[in-house]
Write a protein that binds this ligand. Structure first.
Ligand code: GTP
Ligand code: MG
Length: 225
């Protein structure tokens, strides 16, 4: 089967991902606050926009900034990025449901973060209902990725499990099930690290080091660990 990848705009990440993120599936960048999830979303969007692809960018934390985008990309590229701000889980559902009706042909869909508004809702009420809703939203995104043959990038917060002290994804099995590629971003003592946590063809546990600079994620090469 032909592997179709879209560059992340970062050589270390592309090396890790053997060319970039995949079309047709959901890729999930997860990690702690400050690990680089939003930077990754902005850089991938800039990369797609630089080849005139349209990007639908659902922003749930008001973290997309035109200033940061301009540092990473050119202003012209911003014209190809359609940012939709949402402030509750219902609006997030509406934004995802309206993607298919967009008049622009999309080359990339981003949801940063998939689970911040979910987390607010699940804390306040009926967990199984909210989990079903999360699953439906992810199912819709997965369908768009497959039908339009484009990559969908989501981000995911984490928490430390009480039982075994392990890092867990907010939403747990639901985003894990729907994301065909899971990439953990973290910081070690001397470098930021991206690691394949789940992938159908790449080796799990593979890692690269990368930096974040004023111009975004490191563009040039660095060693694979
Ligand atoms: P949350 O959304 O809080 O979960 O974090 P995140 O994973 O989205 O992190 P984000 O991508 O926002 O990365 C934040 C990190 O990027 C900061 O800790 C900074 O170190 C780095 N960063 C952001 N802007 C700049 C910049 O202009 N210059 C440099 N050198 N680093 C930056
Ligand atoms: Mg962020």
């Amino acid at each position: 089967m032909e592997v179709k990848r879209v560059s992340t705009g970062s050589k270390p990440l592309d090396t890790l991902l053997e060319g970039g993120i995949e079309r047709g599936v959901i890729s999930n960048f997860y990690g702690e606050s400050g690990s680089g999830k939003t930077n990754a979303c902005i850089q991938i969007s800039a990369e797609v926009a630089s080849s005139h692809g349209n990007v639908a960018y659902i922003d749930t934390e008001a973290s997309f900034s035109a200033e940061r985008f301009a540092q990473i990309a050119s202003e012209a590229e911003l014209e190809n990025v359609f940012v939709k701000d949402v402030t509750d889980f219902q609006q997030q559902k509406g934004a995802i449901n309206s993607l298919q009706a967009m008049e622009q042909d999309l080359e990339l869909v981003v949801v940063d973060s998939m689970v911040s508004l979910y987390r607010l809702k699940v804390d306040g009420g009926n967990a199984s209902e909210v989990n079903n809703e999360l699953s439906e939203q992810l199912s819709k995104l997965s369908e768009i990725a497959r039908n339009q043959d484009i990559p969908v990038v989501i981000t995911n917060q984490v928490y430390t499990s009480f039982d075994d002290d392990e890092l867990e994804l907010v939403g747990s099995d639901v985003p894990k099930y729907w994301s065909k590629c899971l990439i953990q971003l973290s910081e070690s003592q001397d470098s930021r690290v991206a690691e394949i946590a789940k992938h159908r063809s790449l080796e799990e546990g593979q890692k690269v080091g990368f930096e974040i600079t004023d111009n975004g994620l490191q563009r040039n090469d660095s060693g694979v660990f």
